[in-house]
Design a protein around this ligand. Structure first.
Ligand SMILES: [Zn+2]
Length: 265
């Protein structure tokens, strides 16, 4: 007990507070050294004015100060409601599955996974399958764009779970900012962009780099891919070898600060 009191008197120790607004969905646990600080953090998190938030101690959560998350199970055991990570149905310690008529039948038997909770083992499986599907699409996107343009230096990819829009950022010799390649809707339509300030550098690079591109294609077995998916190849690449095509001089449209180069699906 003496130890507990000295801990409470140490103003550097962060304690758990439950911050509430008018909306139960915005309630949160905040870790802070004072009630006022916790209330300010909670109000900020809920995007409400400080005066609209109330704050009280949540002793049960003190043990999670400094940790990455509070486990979903701890929330449920302390009377909170949490949405299923997969289907968003609300789960609490006494919630039930509902059938289509709104009748309740059997109690939820939640599956806990860190800060995630699933209302049933089936929901956990569905979620895992969806994550796997997103990740597979992400890997396919990476493979496709790096095969399509092996000459570019891809620096960052944002794809795979939970990204719907898949993005790869790239640099090319002579660029200042670089460009990006995107599958905006995750439907296989790929668009290439280059920063507005790099359009001239890009056109010069493309004009100059035909030999390099051909070499790079050979390295990545491009021909095989090309033959198998003629529809999925940039129009300029369908030109017979030796036929020159004028470089793209008028990028169409404008998205943020980047110029789209070409689109295809
Ligand atoms: Zn569920």
């Amino acid at each position: 007990m003496a130890k507990e009191i000295s801990k409470l008197n140490d103003s550097r120790i962060e304690l758990a507070y439950q911050v509430e607004t008018g909306d139960p969905e915005e309630s949160s646990i905040q870790f802070a050294t004072t009630n006022v600080a916790a209330r300010r953090q909670g109000a900020h998190a809920a995007d409400v004015d400080f005066t609209q938030a109330s704050c009280k101690r949540a002793h049960w959560a003190d043990q999670y100060a400094g940790q990455r998350c509070i486990p979903a199970q701890a929330y449920i055991e302390n009377g909170w409601n949490i949405g299923c990570t997969n289907c968003a149905v609300t789960v609490s310690s006494d919630s039930y599955h509902q059938d289509e008529d709104g009748d309740t039948d059997k109690p939820h038997e939640p599956v806990y996974r860190g800060e995630d909770l699933f209302c049933s083992a089936e929901c956990e499986l569905l979620h895992d399958a969806e994550v796997a599907s997103y990740n597979a699409k992400g890997e396919a996107f990476k493979a496709r764009v790096t095969q399509e343009r092996p000459d570019l230096e891809f620096t960052v990819f944002r794809c795979g779970w939970p990204h719907i829009t898949m993005v790869g950022e790239f640099k090319f010799p002579g660029c200042q900012y670089g460009g990006s390649v995107r599958d905006q809707e995750g439907d296989g339509t790929i668009q290439w962009y280059v920063a507005g300030g790099d359009v001239t550098a890009w056109l010069a690079y493309e004009k100059e780099g035909q030999a390099t591109v051909h070499q790079a294609k050979a390295k990545y077995n491009w021909k095989h891919d090309w033959a198998e998916s003629a529809q999925a190849v940039r129009p300029r690449d369908r030109l017979p070898r030796g036929v020159k095509r004028a470089p793209l001089t008028k990028p169409y449209g404008l998205i943020t600060d980047e110029m789209p180069l070409y689109a295809r699906s």
